[in-house]
Structure formats: C-alpha cells, structure tokens
Write a protein that binds this ligand. Sequence first.
Ligand SMILES: [Mn+2]
Length: 348
Amino acid sequence: MAHALEGRTKTLIELLRERKRLLVLSHSNPDPDSLASAAGLRLLASTCADLPSVFGYSGKIMRAENREMVSSCNIDMVRLKDVDVSEFDCLALVDTQPGFGHTHLPEGRKIDIVVDHHLPPESPFPAPDPEFLDVRTHIGATSSIVTGYLMEAGVDVPTDVATALLYGIRTDTADLARNASPLDEEAYDFLLRRADRQALSRITTPDLSHDYFRTLKQALTNTRIYNEVILCSLGKIRAPEMVAEVADLLLRLEGNQTVFCGGQVEDLYVVSVRTELERDAYYLIRGAFDGIENCSFGGHGRIAGGSVTLPDTDERTVSRIERRLERNILKTMGVDGVTVKGFGGLRE
Ligand SMILES: [Mn+2]
C-alpha cells in the first residue's frame, strides 16, 4: 500500500477484511456507472482484503454501448436470481440506495455497504442502517467515489477496470461537463493514464443492430413538432433506453427545444423528457403524467423520465395512453392552436 490509510477507505477495507464472501448489487438494468462501480469495488475487495466476490445483476443490458462495455472490459456478472444469497456474509450496493424504486434487494437481508451519489429517497432510510454508508451527492459518478478508494489504497488498477471506471464517469458527467466535482476530475486523470483508448472508442461508437435503425426510422417518421415542443412515439421497442437516446438526438434540432419521447416495452409505456428551457424537467414529466394511474417518474434539471404500467398491451390501450399524454404535455407546455409539423412537412 502506498501510504497509511485513513478515513472512509480505511473503514471500508477493515470491514471487507472481516468478511468471507462479498455480493455486489446495483439497480436493475445497470448502466455504465453502476457496472464500473461494481467492478471497482470488487477489485478493492480482492486486492486489499483478499475477499472473493460476485456481482449479481437484475434486468437487462440492452444499449449497444453498454453491451460493448461489458465485453470489452470483461465485466463479470451473474443474474441475481441464479445467486444463492445465503452463501454471502457481505452485501454491497453501488450507484443506488435501499428504498429506490428501481432497486430490488434480497428480502430479509441487511445491506452492509452502500456507495452512491444520488439524493437519498424521500421516505426514511429502511432500517437497519448499513455498516458502511458513503453517499456523496456532490460527486458526478459513483465510479469516481470508488476510484477514490482505489487511489487512496494504492491499488494497481488493471486496464479493463480502469477503462470501465473511466467510461462510467464519462457517461454520468457527460465527459466532465455536467455535475463534475474535483474528485471526478482527479479520478478521470488517474484512469485516463491506465485505460485502453481503443476499447473506449469501441464502446463509444459500437456496431448498431438493424433493429436500432428500424426504431430510428420509426422515430423520425412519427415525430410531431409543435414549434419548440417535439413529441415522438417509437411504438413497440425492445430496449427502454431507446426513448432516452432518441430524445437526446431530437433535442439537438436547432431552436430551444423540449422533447417528450415515448415507447412501449412489454407492459410498460416509457417516457423520456429533455429540455433546454430553464423550467425543471421534473415539472414537465409531472405534468405529462397528470391524472394517469400506475405511473412513476423522476428527474431534475434538464432530464426526466417515467413509465406507466399498462393494464393490458392492447393497441387501443396504448394509443389511449399516448393521446392522454399528448393532451397533458400540450397543456403543460402551454401549446395551443399550433400547426403540427413533421420532418416531411405539415401533418394533420
Ligand atoms: Mn451514477
């Protein structure tokens, strides 16, 4: 070890040294920041505490970039449903916290370690408190917090883990352009010297499936433009991330745009909001879901998202929800009597 340890990193390593087997968990449909944080925490456990570990995930990894990251960075992961949780005497949660909606934890098990950068849930933290709790909301990525432990502990970070952590920071901070703290910058510099830049380039611009371009074609055909408000329906999609991706793309249309993009993933109707207005995106998504049952949503700043659980997957049910959302959105955005356009010209 490079130097005498103190503070959080020391406490964390001491806890890891007392345990026999570590299970690392995150939110469902793990994103790059959570995949990288899990890999980084596992590296800390093996190098500093000789502690074997497993990363158990739930949900799917659909986005092409994230799949390329898993393969290029050798992210080792097991479906949580195939894991016998009773074999582990240490449970860690990264990039999320107990009580978050998208986080499904093994029942009746205490979480020992929580490392995250999100605002804690509004309801009180489910008891008992984890033994090690490191939630720093001013940090841009959980990957930066984990890289901080590795730097302090003097761990020799191998290329694949460094590449993963760097990509985790890049996605959560938009390349240090959003919510980046001094720790994010320090971690970024540390990792850049160790990362595989060719792998990073593969991850950033992966091969895309025919399905992806089919969805994109559908998106551009179905886009409805009401001056600065853009609505887009993707129909049935396989990857829920696609609504966010298309919303990001449409936001780049010249002018001060606000984008609402929706799509059906099995029995969920998923919506993403992006805005360049000063108005917080949270109020826009709240307005969009006004009076709609079985929905959940969240967001802040320029980004928000949410979903509705559909009572059935009948086409009429889906178009009824879409019409309701559209009415709500136009009302929320104060759009009235505006001519609707698409990319091909006027629309009815
Ligand atoms: Mn994150």
